[in-house]
Write a protein that binds this ligand. Structure first.
Ligand code: NAD
Length: 462
C-alpha cells in the first residue's frame, strides 16, 4: 500500500508527541523555589497522610507502581541523557524492580504480647516529614523507592537530589504527586526545590520539622548527615569484592561476576568492583572472562593509561563514571568490537583501579595464595564500609569464614550481585542500603518509630 501524505503527517505527529513526552518540562507538583516552602508543603501533606487508613495509603502506592511501570523507559532515557551514566536497558529493569519489589504497607506490622496482665502492642508509627538526599547514580530509582517506603510508613518526604540529576529527579517527584492525586491522596507527598544546593541541603538538615534524614551517596554526605544532630540513616559507599575459591563452578562464577559488574555500567553500589581469586584457579577464571564473557584483557601500558584518565590527578573522573567499557577504552585510544562489555587485568590489591570505588566496568583480578589470604585481601579492599561482598564457592566453611570476616550488609553467594536486590534472587528491592548506620536494606518499617501501646489487666481474652 502506498504511503499517503496524511499518513506521513500522522507518523510525524506521533513521533513528535513521543519526543515531547521525553523532553517535557517536569510539571509543577511538588517543586518549589524555596526549601522552607517545600518543607511546609510536605508537612501539610503529612497531616493528611497520617489520618489516612492503611488501605488508602496502599491505593496511592498501587497508582505509584503503575506510573513507574508506564514511565520506566522515559525515566531511564532521561537519567542516561542527563547524567551521561549507565545504560537505558538496565535502567528500565531497575525501575520495574522498584515498582514490583519495593515493600509497601505489608511491611508495617504489629508485635503483640497477651497474658495475665493484659495486652501490649508495638506499633510502627510515622516520623512525619523525612529529609532525603539522593545520588546521581540511581536518581529516579532512589527517589521512587524511598517515597514508596516512606509513604507506606505514613510519612511524606523532602528531597535534596543530586544537582546533576535534577531534571530526572523532578520528573520522578512530579509523577509521585500525580499518582497520589489520582488515587485520592494529597499533593506534595514528595517535594523538592528547583535548584538543590549544599545550602538547601543544610536548611533541610537543620529544619525543626525534619526529625529524620536518609542519605544515599558517598562518604561525604553520610558524614554530613550524621553530624547534623538529627537521627540519620546513612547509606554510604562500597567497594564490593567478589571472592572465588577453587571449589566454585569457575565458568559460572566468571559469567555471574561479569553480569553483575556490567549491570547499568557498574553504577549500583552493590556491584562487583574487583575479584579476589585463589591462585590455583586464576588462569582458568581469566580464560572464561575473556573467551566467554566479552571481557577485554588490558595490558600494563593500557592499565597505566586508564589510570591516568579515570583517576586524573588522583581524583575520580566523573566523566568516566557509569560509562561502558568501549567508551572507556576509546578514551585511551583503544578501539574494540561492539561486544566488549568489561575490562579485566591482573594486579595487586593496591592497584588504584582495584582499590578505588570506580563505578565503571573495570574489573581487576587479585591473586591470593590461599583462601585465608583471599579473605584478608577482600576485607582490606572493602575498606571497612561494611556494605556488600560476594563469593563463589561450594565450601560452606569458607563461605561462613568470609561472611564473618567481611561483616557486610549484603553477601551474595554464587550469583550476580543484583540478586541482592531481588533481581534473580529472593527478597525485596531497595536502592538505599544503610551500610554505615546498620539498618541494612531499608524498607517501609525502617522509616517508622516503634511505639509501645499497653492495656493493663484487660483485653486478654484467653
Ligand atoms: P555523592 O556523594 O557525590 O552525592 C550523593 C548526594 O549527596 C548528592 O545529592 C549530593 O549533592 C549530596 N552531597 C554530597 N556531599 C554532601 C555534603 N557534604 N552535604 C550534603 N549533601 C552532600 O554520590 P554520587 O556520585 O551521587 O553517588 C555515588 C556514591 O553513592 C557511591 O559512593 C555509591 O557507593 C554511593 N551509593 C550508595 C548507595 C547505598 O545504598 N549505600 C546507593 C547508591 C549510591
Amino acid at each position: 500500500m502506498p504511503i499517503s501524505e496524511n499518513m506521513v503527517q500522522e507518523i510525524v505527529q506521533e513521533v513528535m508527541a513521543k519526543m515531547q513526552i521525553a523532553d517535557a518540562p517536569a510539571g509543577k507538583h511538588g517543586i518549589f523555589k524555596d526549601m522552607n516552602d517545600a518543607i511546609e508543603a510536605a508537612k501539610k501533606s503529612q497531616a493528611i497522610v497520617k489520618k489516612m487508613s492503611m488501605d488508602q495509603r496502599e491505593k496511592i502506592l498501587t497508582c505509584i507502581r503503575k506510573k513507574i511501570r508506564e514511565n520506566a523507559e522515559v525515566l531511564a532515557r532521561m537519567g542516561v541523557d542527563e547524567t551521561g551514566m549507565g545504560n537505558v536497558g538496565d535502567k528500565i529493569l531497575k525501575h520495574h524492580l522498584v515498582a514490583d519489589k519495593t515493600p509497601g504497607t505489608e511491611d508495617i506490622t504489629t508485635t503483640a504480647w497477651s497474658g495475665d496482665r493484659g495486652l501490649t502492642l508495638i506499633e510502627m508509627g510515622p516520623f512525619g516529614v523525612i529529609g532525603a538526599i539522593t545520588p546521581c547514580t540511581n536518581p529516579s530509582e532512589t527517589i521512587l523507592c524511598n517515597t514508596i517506603g516512606m509513604l507506606a510508613g505514613g510519612n511524606t518526604v523532602v528531597f535534596n537530589p543530586h544537582p546533576q540529576a535534577i531534571k530526572t529527579s523532578i520528573y520522578a517527584i512530579n509523577l509521585l504527586n500525580e499518582a497520589s492525586l489520582e488515587a485520592g491522596g494529597p499533593d506534595n507527598i514528595a517535594v523538592t526545590v528547583e535548584k538543590p544546593t549544599l545550602e538547601t541541603s543544610n536548611i533541610m538538615m537543620k529544619h525543626k520539622d525534619i526529625p529524620l534524614i536518609a542519605a544515599t551517596g558517598g562518604p561525604g554526605v553520610v558524614t554530613a548527615v550524621l553530624s547534623s544532630g538529627k537521627r540519620g540513616i546513612g547509606a554510604g559507599a562500597g567497594n564490593p569484592p567478589a571472592v572465588v575459591d577453587e571449589t566454585a563452578d569457575i565458568r559460572k562464577a566468571a559469567q555471574d561476576i561479569v553480569n553483575g559488574c556490567t549491570f547499568d555500567n557498574n553504577l549500583p553500589c552493590i556491584a562487583e568492583k574487583e575479584i579476589v581469586a585463589v591462585s590455583s584457579i586464576v588462569d582458568e577464571l581469566m580464560h572464561y572472562l575473556v573467551t566467554e564473557n566479552d571481557c577485554y584483557l588490558a595490558s600494563k601500558e593500557e592499565q597505566d593509561k586508564l589510570t591516568e584518565v579515570v583517576l586524573a590527578g588522583g581524583r575520580l573522573n566523573r566523566k568516566c563514571v557509569g560509562r561502558d567499557a568501549r567508551t572507556l577504552l576509546s578514551m585511551i585510544g583503544v578501539e574494540v568490537p561492539a561486544n566488549i562489555r568489561c575490562i579485566v587485568f591482573e594486579g595487586p590489591k593496591e592497584h588504584p583501579l582495584i582499590a578505588t570505588e570506580l563505578m565503571m566496568p573495570i574489573l581487576g583480578v587479585v591473586r591470593a595464595k590461599d583462601f585465608d589470604d583471599a579473605v584478608e585481601q577482600a576485607v582490606w579492599l572493602e575498606h571497612g564500609n561494611r556494605h556488600s561482598a560476594h563469593i563463589h564457592s561450594k565450601n560452606i566453611d569458607n563461605i561462613t569464614k568470609y561472611a564473618k570476616a567481611i561483616d557486610t550488609a549484603i553477601l551474595v553467594k554464587n550469583a550476580p550481585s543484583y540478586a541482592a536486590l531481588g533481581f534473580g534472587g529472593e527478597g525485596y528491592c531497595t536502592f538505599t542500603i544503610a551500610s554505615r548506620t546498620g539498618e541494612g536494606l531499608t524498607s517501609a518499617s525502617t522509616f517508622t518509630k516503634r511505639r509501645r501501646c499497653v492495656m493493663s489487666d484487660s483485653l486478654c481474652i484467653r
